[in-house]
Design a protein around this ligand. Structure first.
Ligand code: NIG
Length: 400
């Protein structure tokens, strides 16, 4: 079954050859894009849809979320808005509620959050464990997540559970817990921060996970300067996320990972910015402009979680990045689509084996597309907070 979408006033493809097309059309065939070009030249298809001059762009790629949880942290948010600082310890409240929830409820909650994200234009999603914090509950979170989302990350090293010895818990994460989650996850992450895991503990977990074949990501430099970015760079992590407090050496280190990639080398470490979290925790925004100017590839992600960022709105993140972080609309939209795909190493794909590229629109890529009730993507920042999503296709299937 093929679908021809005509009359797209402005199509942002993020494809190197033609990043923005006017009066464009796209053909979706099954789960892949099979044709892109001027509306006037469009081929016939089984069905047709007139976009009516609306803007089209790839679905959002949300490369950092924590969606497997139960419970509520409204009181903590209220206290924070009254002046209390965010501390990693709040995670324990969610751990208790998550452990108490049954599999059915946890799955139902996750499905509802993923549906909410899809309605907002998100078509490719990563989520993490990290609210189980013992072998059985981490494995359960990983298993449930693997049945629902595109990419699953093991975050047993999210917080040392109350009463546990930090080094003994680190050994548990790097040993039996890793073995238990391994069949369900592609990535591993650590919260490398004062109050969570030290640089040495983070390294131990990341090295064990890399040896088990997992790709690496790091929560780094969120609440203050620290070792997270340097560790991510040293261990060749696909991304380091938060990056609010960066030294010159951190920026140089990240830039160094990208110096060979223009010549066709492996991608470097993506700096993932989480502006909704920064607003909700009243942290300074990451120096995204400086990172881009230094040659670092950035991603924008929602960090949807009950503690620091209870939103999956990527449009809100894009608007904030433009209005508050000094990015152009094109840079912000790219970071929320192609940048997320780079951070998840899904920016390229193989048309033959079905592991298709996401985050950009080109022939053979996954048919993930959104149309806005607006003539251009600029309206995402020009009309912040407005419900602009008109229609969404995920892997060729209309989900809104
Ligand atoms: O990315 N920083 C660590 N983890 C989450 C917060 C989790 C929570 O507070 O529940 C984050 O912000």
């Amino acid at each position: 079954m093929s679908l021809l979408i005509t009359g797209i006033g402005e199509l942002t493809t993020q494809d190197g050859d033609a990043p923005v097309l006017r009066r464009a059309a796209v053909v979706l065939e099954g789960e892949r894009v099979s044709w892109i070009g001027p509306s006037a030249d469009a081929p016939a298809a089984d069905e047709a849809y007139d976009a009516g001059g609306r803007a089209g762009l790839p679905g959002w790629v949300d490369s950092h979320t924590h969606l497997v949880f139960a419970g509520d942290r409204t009181a903590e948010f209220e206290a924070r808005m009254a002046g209390q600082e965010y501390a990693a310890g709040g995670i324990a409240v969610t751990v208790e509620a998550t452990r108490a929830a049954g599999d059915y409820d946890l799955t139902r909650l996750l499905l509802a959050r993923v549906a909410e994200a899809a309605a907002g234009g998100t078509t490719y999603l990563e989520t993490k464990t990290g609210y189980g914090l013992d072998v059985g509950h981490e494995a359960r979170s990983a298993r449930i997540a693997a049945g629902v989302v595109d990419e699953v990350t093991f975050l047993g090293a999210h917080l040392v559970p109350e009463g546990a010895d930090a080094d003994a818990y680190t050994d548990l994460v790097a040993g039996p817990m890793l073995d238990a989650v391994r069949p369900h996850v592609r990535w591993a992450d650590v919260f490398c921060e004062t109050g969570a895991f030290s640089a040495e503990q983070s390294r131990r977990v990341l090295e064990a996970c890399a040896a088990a074949g997992l790709g690496l990501r790091v929560h780094g430099n969120q609440l203050g300067p620290g070792a997270g970015v340097a560790l991510a760079v040293e261990l060749g992590a696909a991304s380091v996320d938060h990056v609010n407090h960066l030294s010159d050496a951190d920026v140089d280190g990240l830039a160094g990972t990208w110096s060979g990639s223009a010549a066709g080398g492996e991608p470097g470490t993506v700096a993932t910015c989480l502006p909704a979290c920064d607003l909700s925790t009243r942290q300074p925004f990451p120096p995204a402009r400086r990172l881009l100017d230094a040659g670092v590839q950035i991603a924008l992600a929602s960090n949807c979680n009950p503690g620091t960022s209870y939103t999956s709105s990527m449009a809100f993140c894009v608007a904030t990045a433009v209005l508050q972080m000094g990015l152009t609309v094109h840079e912000a939209v790219r970071a929320a689509t192609y940048g997320g795909a780079l951070a998840l190493r899904r920016h390229t794909g193989d048309d033959a084996d079905g592991r298709r590229a996401v985050g950009s629109l080109a022939v053979g890529h996954r048919a993930d597309l959104q149309l806005l009730d607006a003539p251009s993507a600029t309206h995402l920042a020009y009309r912040p907070g407005m419900p602009l999503v008109h229609a969404v296709w995920k892997a060729g299937r209309r989900v809104r």
